[in-house]
Structure formats: C-alpha cells, structure tokens
Unconditional design. Sequence first.
Length: 708
Amino acid sequence: MQGDAGGADPRYASESDEVLIRAARDAGAHIAASYLLAESDEVLYMDAEVGLPAQIVKPWSRVRLTAGVPVAAAARRRQFVWVPSHQELACRFPATALALPYQFTAAAAPIMTDSHVWGSVVLLWPASHPYELDPGEREAIERACAELGELLRQAAESGDPRLPGDEPRVLDPAQDRPQDPHDASAAACYLDRLREGCLALDLEGRITFVSVTAADLLGGDVTGLLGRPLWEAASWLKDPVFEDRCRAAVVSQETTSCTARRPDGSALDIHLYPDPTGISLRMTPTLDDHPHRRQPQPGSGGLAKADAYYNFLHMAAALTRALNVREIVELVADHVMPVFKVQAMAILIAEGRRMKIVGSHGYESEVLDRFDGLPLTSDTPAEHVLRTREPAFFADFDEMRQAHPDVMHRDEMAAWAFLPLMVSDEIVGTFVLAFGQPHVFTAEECASLTALAGLTAQALDRALLYDTKDRLAHSLQETLLPNSLPEFPDLEVAARYVPANRGVGIGGDFYDLIRLNDTSAAAVIGDVQGHNMTAAALMGQVRTAIHAHAVAGANPGEVLKHTNRLLIDVDTDLFTSCLLVHFDLQLRTLCVASAGHLPPLLRPPNMPAEIIDVPAGLLLGVDPDADYPTLEAPFPPGALLALYTDGLVETPEIDLDVAIADLAGHLTRAEYEPVHELCDLLVNHAPHTGRRADDIALLLIEHRPAPG
C-alpha cells in the first residue's frame, strides 16, 4: 500500500534521492525514476523522479507488475531491460510506444537484495544515444540499484519500511553550471536586442525567463509573466499540437518546432530547445499571416498527429474486446487502413514449418493462395521478419528486390511494411501492410506501425487461444450429447442443440432418449448451472446417472431422487434442473417428474398445445432429502410432447409465462409440420436467435403408431 509523501523515514528518502540523481548524472540520462513494489506484489508505485514534469508523470505513477512497460518487465523478470530505440520499444512494448510517441532510448533494472525484489528504476536518454549501452553507464545503473536495495533492506529490518508516497517526489537535476548574476544580466540584455522572442520554462511549464519581445508576443509584460505557468499566461497556447511538442522536447531531449496561432490570427513559429532542467523557446512571427493556413505537423501519412493517435487509442480499446481473427482484421481495416492509405493487409503465423495466412483484407484470393503455405525456408520479407524479429519497410519494389533478390512481384502493390507480431518478447507471426502507390516511410510512421503490430499481436494471441479453447470446449460438449437417438416404431423424434454465441462459454444443457424395452422409453432434458468446463463435466455425470437408474427400472421420481443424492455426494456448488418423462406406448400414457425445470408442452391430436403442470421438485444438488412427485397423463396417437431449456424462451424483456404460452401457440399453429422441420421452426422463433446468451436444447417426441 502507499504511504504518505516522503515515506516512513525522511533519512531514507534523502539518501535514495541522492542515489537516483547520481545515477542519472553518471549514466548521462536526462530522465530517471525509481519505483517501489507494493506489499501486494502486484503494483509498482513511482517513489521519486528527476527530469519529468508532473503532467507526464501522472499516468506512469502507478504501474501494474503485469503491464507491458519496461520498468514492470524489469521487476517481473528480475533482469536488466535495454530498449535501444523507439522502434524496439514499439516491437516489445507497443502500448508504451503509443502512450509515449517520442524518440528516446531507455533502460530499466530491478532493485534487489539477494532474491527479494523491492522495485525497479528506469532511465531515459535521447534517441541519439549509441545503440549499445556502454559498461560505465550500465555499472552506474547497477550500482544505484544495489544502493537502493540496501537502503530498502535496512529500512525493512529496522521495522520502518520505506513506503511509496501518495505522490512521487520530483527532484531537481544536478546543475553543472554555477549561477552568476552578472552573466544573467548580460544574457538578458543580449536577448532583448534580438527581434525574436525568447522564453524559458522549467519542467512544470512555469516561465523562468522572458525577453521583452517575447512578453509583447504573449500579450503581457516581463514582471507579470515571470513565475506564471505559460498556459495560464497565454491560454491560446493550450493547444494539443503545442502541448505535444513540449512533451516531445522533454522526453526526447531533441529540438522540435511547431506553428501556433495568436488570438489576432497572426502566426508564430516556435522552436523548442530542451535540456534536463527545462525548455527554451524561440518565437518568431511568420511572414505568411494567412489566418486559415497552418503548418502541417509531422504525423503518419500526413495526418495530424492528434487525429492519428485518436485512431490508435480507439483501436487499442477495441482490440481488447476482439474475440477472433476476423474481428481483429475488421478493426485494422476500419481504423488503420484509411488513416495510412493502406490498400491491403495480411496476418501470417508459422504453423508446421510453413507460413499460414490467418486473416486478410483487400487482397484477392488468388494472391493469398500464392503465399499461403510457403515454407519458412523461403527468402521472403515475411519469413525474414519472422526469423529476425526486425520490421522491414520498402518504399517500392526495387527496394524489396535489393533486400530479397529472388522475390517475385505478385500482389500488384507498390510499397510494403512487414511488421513482427511480438508477444512477451516471443514472435508469433508477421503483419503485412501493402500500399497501392510508392510510399516513403518516416521514422515516426515506422514506429507507429510497429506499435500497431504489437497491439495486434496481443489481440491475435488472445484470439488464437480463445479459438483453441472454444473448439476444445464445444468438442467436449458434443461428445457428452448423444450422437443419435434410438428409433422406436411408434415414435417420431427430433432434437436440436444450439450453443450460445462466442464469448459466453460452454453450456450445460443436455437431452437424451433412453430405450427401456420394446414398448417403453424415457426422455430427459436438463440444464446445469453455469457456462464452463465444470458445468459440461457435471452435465455428463448427470446424464450418465439418469440413464443408469432409468434402465434399472426406477420411475421418474426415483431416478431424480437417486441422481440428486449423487450430486450431493459430488459436493458441487452447481445446481441442475431436469425433466424426466417415461412413455408407456402400450398403455399410451406418460409419467413425468421435474427437478425445477420448465414445464413440458403437450399437443393432443387436433387440439391446441397445452402446458403440463408438473409438480416442481427442488433443483438437483440442493437438498439430499428432496422428493420428486410424478404426474401421469395420456399420450394418445397423434400427440406431440415438447421438452426444452430456458434458452428457447427466456429473455429479459418478456415474462417467462408469456414466453412459454407463445411457444405453445407456435406449436399449435404448426400442427402439420414434420417434427424435424418443426424443431428448426421453433429454434428460429427463439428470442435473440442472432445473439444468444444461453444454449438451446429442444426435444420433440410425437406418438405415430405404425399402420395396421
């Protein structure tokens, strides 16, 4: 749990802050943060940070240990994590890359003593950092982790453990240059002589210096502006593009720029120059003051960055709900292909040493047939990405042929992005995006598309796992239901089982028809509570028990009583409804017992269907001493009996009694329908047939004596 700001003992806070600041300085990082693992061992709380403004810190102040974030991965895996580029970040941590779409290099390391994990640290460098971390930098990080771990161990042993504060402590970075008042005055005079406005902000966006020209451009005076937040002093700068450029400058430590519009319609070119202590702004009025013209911002495919990220965030949220590959393909087609002007896409996975296309959009079937099933040994861009885990971008076919001389131009496209589908540092496939025209990929676009592939990979992994479980579950359920029903000379029988829609789970509905002797039979229908493997397994036990006791000669009430005791002995927390009917074809009667199940419908010959008011016993598995009374009724030639589960009639909008009466009406009006066609008719009549929240089981039995 979190403690108050500053933790249990200020001494530990002070010492750990010094360690973090020194680690950032010795490693040459412009941003550093330390995280402490909560007592629940499920959440990392940011304890202290240097180099980040509060508005950026807030979303990252609390990170789940399972999150796809470098600082969480370091603590979870108990190992050093090095992310040398934003493209690598997009491959391995796509959600982080989308949330921080700026160029930087990062490292994260666990804080440990012996085998105990206390938390982790993360450091960021500009993207210009060399691709490899040098030994001195790594040593500085590991030394800091060791020192922090020792401080935390000592605090725990003293009985006063360090707890993360309600808010992370914001530390001032080390100042290398001494402050001289004379230098400051001379610098101010120099800047005031320039014809462009000069402004300095600290990391929280407060104005620490403003030249006279800049004050005029902001519509204020120097004295009134100093110390105020920039967005308070000039509300017209509270613009998503300008705010994004400020975040980019702080995180990436690279010079950036944008164009802003003043209230009078005139435009300013603003250049931002960051360092670990803040941002210097240079503001110049533009020569082109056309009020409707705005400098385009760097973005994917020429799209405004805010719009591009809106589409990505919308898609990321939607991908969490995708249950199958088809839904994933549709989401990409709707939210990505129009944004980036993509003409076609395909998702390939490795299966049996071959590439298998599991989803596509925009490609003709004959094109897909050429690539589906290619061996993994073939020299194709898709296979190369699968083997190397590195994305590949080709602005035209000449570029592709240079990298893969044997590749054939078979898809009539002009540019391609081949992206790795990565899940937890494991590659599961290749994501192909194809463009109808030659397309030069910017660095930002490459990172965005790679991050998109990472999000798609996570959804694909869930979808493929779901498909496997779904097939296994329904295969199990099908084996527990009868493959065929026994034939009787005097009975016409038809049954239907319709599973609930995807996402609901495996059900416990069941039915059976049991031959007792040449002139008698038993029909059963039931519903085990729940939609999971346990329900399906219990359904199999109930069906077996009923079959065994019925064949042994027990009447319906006794069969249900014996089965109820079995469920009590099994000690399950699931209950079962059941209806059991014995037919005596010689006496032309039936005997019914119910364990809390819906009443059967009987349609006598040439008469309306009616509800058989069977005495309702308790659900099976509730009371070991429950009794199940029986009811006898005539079953003359031409009569039809309907047994069903609640999925056929139940819906929140309709009273159950009304729904059952409506079903009886349909049964009456379909008097001359054969039983198999009548089964389909009643199932199609069921409420929410297109989107079923529950299984449907239906068993129809008609008394049709053979002629003569």
